[in-house]
Design a protein around this ligand. Structure first.
Ligand code: GLP
Length: 242
């Protein structure tokens, strides 16, 4: 595991974007596993800057997103499909056919999970970007007695609903279930880039990286990954790096 300490959120975003840009430069046809949430927004901004200045080309890049809320259409501003278009895809030259996100509108959970696993199998992930949920979830793999290897249909934890309700008008509008890439697919990614910002993440980041391996903190399984890069700022790394 390599841990990089950034000065602040902007610096964290620059470091994370540099790592992703290096991946694309070395392998233009890279498969990127991508994440949503507040943390990667700055990283995506930096990637857009690199693209606009002519330094980064997404024409051969494929993307496979981690998760999507069930029942939300891609046009819904709260959907992760919308988030990705708004924060990255609409501003770079990635091809629409190379973008993959679970379909929140497919209510046949078995079929959708199977379809997504096929996508991942055909396109092994070179670099998986991850944020960290307040309860240690990655993607939407919530703390539980057991975790799933493949794409699965999850009930969102109350901590997740509480954390994500800021994006919705009312708490009741937050979907109760979602599709998420499974832990096996995340662990099989060649490289994992975990980003976390702010003191609010300090305790859970410490548990994830130094605590016992437990399904109650899904991110703790990342300790087993052979190529894990963590980029945090002063706040999130306060218990880890001085
Ligand atoms: C959501 C996403 C996660 C993300 C998490 C953290 O729950 N499903 O993939 O890591 O939010 O979000 P934030 O970066 O806003 O703290």
């Amino acid at each position: 595991m390599k841990i990089y300490k950034a000065r602040d959120y902007d610096h964290l975003s620059q470091i994370a974007a540099n790592i992703i840009a290096a991946q694309i430069t070395l392998k233009p046809e890279s498969v990127l596993g991508l994440a949503t949430g507040g943390t990667p927004v700055g990283t995506y901004k930096e990637l857009i800057k690199k693209h606009k200045s002519g330094d980064l080309c997404f024409s051969e890049v494929k993307s496979i997103n981690l998760d999507e809320y069930c029942t939300l259409a891609p046009e819904s501003p709260q959907s992760y499909a919308y988030f990705m278009n708004d924060n990255l895809f609409n501003h770079v030259n990635i091809k629409a056919e190379n973008v993959n996100i679970p379909s929140g509108l497919n209510l046949d959970a078995d079929a959708e999970c199977k379809r997504y696993d096929e996508v991942i199998k055909k396109n092994p992930i070179d670099l998986q970007l991850l944020g960290l949920g307040p309860n240690g979830h990655i993607g939407f793999n919530e703390p539980d007695a057991e975790l799933k290897l493949g794409t699965n249909h999850v009930s969102l934890a109350q901590a997740t609903i509480d954390a994500n309700k800021r994006y919705f008008e009312r708490e009741e509008d937050v979907p109760k279930t979602a599709y998420t890439m499974g832990m096996g697919s995340i662990m099989h990614s060649r490289k994992v880039l975990l980003i976390a910002s702010g003191e609010g993440k300090a305790e859970i980041l410490y548990k994830a990286l130094k605590g016992p391996l437990t399904t109650q903190v899904p991110a703790s399984l990342l300790q087993l990954h052979r190529d894990l890069i963590v980029v945090g700022d002063e706040g999130s790394l306060k218990f880890l790096v001085r």
